[in-house]
Each structure stands twice: as structure tokens, then as C-alpha cells.
Design a protein around this ligand. Structure first.
Ligand code: SF4
Ligand code: SF4
Ligand code: SF4
Length: 378
């Protein structure tokens, strides 16, 4: 399915210390007609590629700074003009402000909500504060409860920084209890993150975090969907490729990004770099834009870095995120998270897999005991 990351604005009501957008000195927002035109352009592009299902991901800045009526107008226009296309909506929001109108929009269009929350209060509030420097955790938790009360599916996106080295993993028990799945991303060194070297995770820190978390979940029998652990484990168990763009060599066939100026990028992670622009909504994708896409794609395929070409985990990894490897200084260097990925693949294919199988057997045994009223205990 083709997905559009729609960055309707770069404005935001938070000032996270690692924000990839940098200082946000020039705040911009797509107007109502521009947004509609951007979405029409995308649907025509999808039509030309014979896609009858698309996904539109509201992103930013903070996507819910764009008025709900503006989205509603655009979505209504899409519904009328493309009745045969199934459109799935989702939003990646900081969850700090949730108006009645946005809540109604979310319900009406069944928008799936991803909220950025970096862990418990002690970690989250250190790195995700509002424009006045106030903590944001409590307010976001309140909004998560409002969404859940209204039966709106919520998942979390957590960015791992140096602060997570001492994280209390009991936070994940809480998420399991609340049935809130979580995706764990590393901190990328772009925008504001470059100004805060104290947040950087040292080589392998992201991988170590994922492994420690995996062990915790197994040991404490925490039943929680954690991405990318679940996708990787599934791929290892079934000798398949992991779901999720980071480990897929054709990721750019499934994503496009349109930003607040109506410029088109291969995906959201490229959109902080003007040099990666591939077109705009009035001219479409330029010929040189298509060349750039082909060049980026080649980095995970025919022009793989030698290290990846020889790597035993190439099937699981495909050289990592295209944007991360494209931004390396040399063509022959893989994604900067190579060490972390390798460490996780190695663990999940060996000791981690053994632990997981034992965990499943133990669980099965416990369930049997419950079902047979203890008769199979011997
Ligand atoms: S919520 Fe997102 S856009 Fe806003 S400051 Fe934080 S990282 Fe940047
Ligand atoms: S683990 Fe490293 S070397 Fe192996 S495929 Fe991934 S990025 Fe390349
Ligand atoms: S460039 Fe990276 S973030 Fe973008 S779709 Fe590909 S793997 Fe995903």
C-alpha cells in the first residue's frame, strides 16, 4: 500500500530537545486549498500506480495544529472525488493538545493515533517540554485516556536517548496493562539533536536497549507489542523479511512525503534536507527526482555497501534505513545503526530465540495446567 506522510505544518507546541526540524524560526502551514491539491496530487499518483488502497499519515510539526475543519474539508473532497479508493488515515502527534473538534475528526475518519511519549515521566519530561519549558507528560497521559475512553486505538512512539540507559522497565508493564503497543526508535542525529550531544546514544546503545528490554519482557512475562522486536523475531522464526520500512529494501516504493511548502520528498526522514527534494505538488516528481529515488534505492540493492553485501543478516536488514545510509559521507558505508542492528539480529537469532521458545513452552504449560485444573501438573 502506498503511504503519504503529510506534513501539513512545521509549527509545534512543544520544543523537544532533539527535534529534527531544528529551531522552527519560519513557521509554515499548507492552506486549505493547497492541502486539498496536495492530496489530489497524491491520489492521482496512486491511481497511476493502480493502487486502490492508500494510507495518509498526518504528520508535522504537530499535525493537530492544523484546524480540524481544514482536514475535514480535504477528506470530504477526497471521498467525493475518489469514491473507489480505500483511504486509511493515521496521525503521528505529540498528544499535547486535543480539541473537541480534532477528537470528533479522529472518530469520524477512524484516524489511528500514534503518540510520541518517551517513557515514564522522569525521562519524557527531560526531553519533551512545551514552548514555555513546562513538562508535558501528565497532559499527554490525560489525552491518551480520553482517546482510549472513546475507543480510539492508540500506539506510542518512543525515542531512545542516553537518558534511557537507566530506564525503569516497569513502564512497559503499565503499557501492557493498558494495551498500548509501542514502537522504539533511536535518536537520529539531525536538527536540534546536534545541539544536544548529551542525548546521543553511544555506538550500540540502541541495540543494547532493545536486548535488555527483550529480556525484561520475557522474564516478567509482559505481553506487549514492541516494534521492532516483534517484527524481527517473527522474521527470524519464519525465515521471512521483517515488516516495517527500516528493514525493507523497497521501502521507497511505499512512501512519499509532502511537506508544509508543498514540496515532495521520498519519505518523511528525507524532508529535513532540501537537497533530497524530488518535486512539488504543482510540477509533480521531476525527472531528476526519479533519478534521485533510483540512486537512493540502489544503496539497498545493487549498490550495497560491501559490508552489507557480506553480512549474514542482509536478509533481515537490507542495509538499514535508506535515509540514514544516504546521509553517510561515503557511498560504501551502511546505516549508522549497523552495529546496533547486527547486535540485535545476533541476539534474537541465538540466545534470545532460545529464551523466547522456552518462554512460549512455559506459557503453554501454564495454560494447560489452568485448563485441566492442575491434573497435568505431574
Ligand atoms: S513534538 Fe515533534 S515536531 Fe514538535 S518539537 Fe517535538 S519532535 Fe519536534
Ligand atoms: S547489519 Fe550492518 S552490515 Fe549487516 S546488513 Fe545491516 S547495516 Fe549492513
Ligand atoms: S528511508 Fe528510512 S524511514 Fe524512509 S521509508 Fe525508507 S527505511 Fe523508512
Amino acid at each position: 500500500m502506498l503511504s503519504l506522510i503529510l506534513k501539513g505544518t512545521n509549527a509545534c507546541n512543544l520544543r523537544c530537545s532533539y527535534c529534527s526540524l531544528g529551531k522552527k524560526e519560519q513557521v509554515q502551514m499548507l492552506g486549505q486549498k493547497e492541502m486539498r491539491n496536495a492530496l489530489f496530487w497524491f491520489l492521482e499518483y496512486a491511481k497511476a500506480r493502480k493502487q486502490c488502497k492508500v494510507s495518509i499519515i498526518l504528520h508535522g510539526g504537530e499535525p493537530f495544529i492544523v484546524p480540524a475543519e481544514q482536514y475535514r474539508f480535504c477528506f470530504q473532497e477526497l471521498r467525493e472525488k475518489y469514491p473507489g479508493v480505500e483511504i486509511r488515515y493515521s496521525a503521528q502527534t505529540n498528544g499535547y493538545q486535543l480539541s473537541e473538534e480534532h477528537l470528533k475528526l479522529i472518530q469520524d475518519y477512524k484516524i489511528r493515533i500514534g503518540i510520541s511519549l518517551d517513557g515514564d515521566k522522569s525521562i519524557h519530561d527531560r526531553q519533551r517540554r512545551d514552548v514555555y519549558g513546562n513538562p508535558t507528560y501528565e497532559k499527554i497521559m490525560e489525552n491518551i485516556h480520553i482517546l482510549k475512553k472513546n475507543a480510539i486505538p492508540v500506539s506510542l512512539l518512543m525515542v531512545v536517548t542516553s537518558y534511557h540507559q537507566q530506564m525503569d522497565f516497569r513502564f512497559f508493564d503499565f503499557l501492557a496493562k493498558e494495551k498500548i503497543p509501542v514502537k522504539i526508535n533511536p535518536l537520529y542525529q539531525s536538527g536540534e539533536a546536534k545541539e544536544h550531544p548529551d542525548l546521543a546514544i553511544s555506538g550500540g546503545g540502541y541495540g543494547q536497549f532493545l536486548i535488555a528490554l527483550f529480556d525484561y519482557l520475557i522474564q516478567h512475562e509482559v505481553d506487549l507489542h514492541v516494534s521492532p522486536l516483534e517484527e524481527l523475531l517473527h522474521a527470524i522464526l519464519y525465515e521471512d523479511s521483517p515488516r516495517g520500512c527500516n528493514f525493507c529494501n523497497s521501502c521507497l516504493e511505499s512512501f512519499l512525503c509532502i511537506n508544509q511548502k508543498g514540496d515532495i520528498y521520498p519519505c518523511g526522514r528525507f524532508s529535513d534536507n532540501e537537497l533530497c527534494k524530488i518535486g512539488n505538488i504543482s510540477e509533480g516528481i521531476w525527472a531528476e527526482g526519479n533519478e534521485r529515488i533510483a540512486e537512493i534505492r540502489a544503496r539497498r540493492n545493487e549498490k550495497l555497501p560491501l559490508k552489507c553485501f557480506r553480512c549474514k543478516y542482509l536478509r533481515l536488514c537490507h542495509a538499514g534505513c535508506s535515509a540514514c545510509s544516504y546521509h553517510q559521507d561515503s557511498e560504501n558505508v551502511p546505516d549508522g545503526l549497523c552495529e546496533d542492528y547486527y547486535m540485535v539480529f545476533e541476539y534474537l537469532s541465538g540466545l534470545g530465540l532460545m529464551k523466547y521458545k522456552k518462554y512460549l513452552e512455559d506459557r503453554k504449560r501454564k495454560i494447560q495446567i489452568i485448563l485441566t485444573g492442575g491434573k497435568n501438573e505431574l
